[in-house]
Design a protein. Structure first.
Length: 223
């Protein structure tokens, strides 16, 4: 595909992280279950925990303890983050062809990441997987950076303003209802990654005609 001759329709491409660029479900689930087990609970299935991801670590842990049916200790979030920090890249990998797709898309438009994940973990994962080099300078907005988390439009609005483009010019690529709502709230076009673990249970009847969907990252090149 001769990308240098393509006219890509988006002036900025913003990606969600977990379930969109990377398959991190196993590491997140094992970390949450390790915490639950230390509190006397039985582990939850990975798929169950996958449906809890997307609103930030604090909400994930609250949901996990509620599903396990036990009381959440006051230091549960700190303990989870400490456990997860030791296994960020144990099983986590980019989805197939993500590095190649980012390489090609980066020649066509600035790239950024918007995630509800903490910034330190986000940077560690992106650097460890060799993905950080594809992002625009300061192109990461994380869940603990001072801006309201998705689905609030503040993070997307910040990235749009930083890129100096209109809200309708970017494309936000994500896999969860939080991603879709963030794009709607920011008046930004959206592409849903059906391959991501956050897409399970997504209310597809709410999708609008202009919304795009992909079954593999490579399809972003042909939008």
């Amino acid at each position: 595909m001769a990308l240098r001759f393509m006219r890509y329709p988006y002036q900025l491409i913003v990606f969600d992280l977990d379930g969109t660029l990377i398959d991190s479900l196993r590491d997140i689930a094992e970390s949450a279950n390790a915490l639950l087990e230390t509190c006397g609970a039985r582990p939850l299935p990975d798929e169950t925990i996958g449906r809890m991801v997307g609103d930030g670590a604090a909400t994930l842990i609250a949901r996990a303890f509620a599903a396990a049916g036990i009381e959440r200790p006051s230091d549960a979030l700190d303990r989870f983050l400490a456990i997860y920090d030791t296994r960020l890249l144990k099983h986590t990998r980019p989805y197939a062809q993500v590095p190649e797709v980012l390489e090609m898309l980066g020649a066509l438009a600035p790239l950024a990441v918007l995630t509800n994940k903490p910034l330190r973990a986000t940077r560690s994962i992106l650097a460890g997987l060799g993905l950080a080099r594809h992002l625009d300078v300061d192109g990461i907005v994380a869940g603990d950076g001072g801006l309201a988390r998705k689905p609030d439009p503040a993070g997307l609005g910040h990235l749009v303003s930083q890129a100096g483009v209109l809200p309708s010019a970017p494309l936000f690529v994500g896999d969860s209802i939080m991603d879709w709502r963030a794009a709607r709230n920011a008046s930004t076009r959206v592409c849903m990654a059906r391959y991501g673990f956050g897409f399970k249970g997504f209310p597809v009847t709410e999708l609008e005609a202009a919304d795009r969907m992909i079954d593999a990252p490579l399809e972003l090149l042909t939008l």
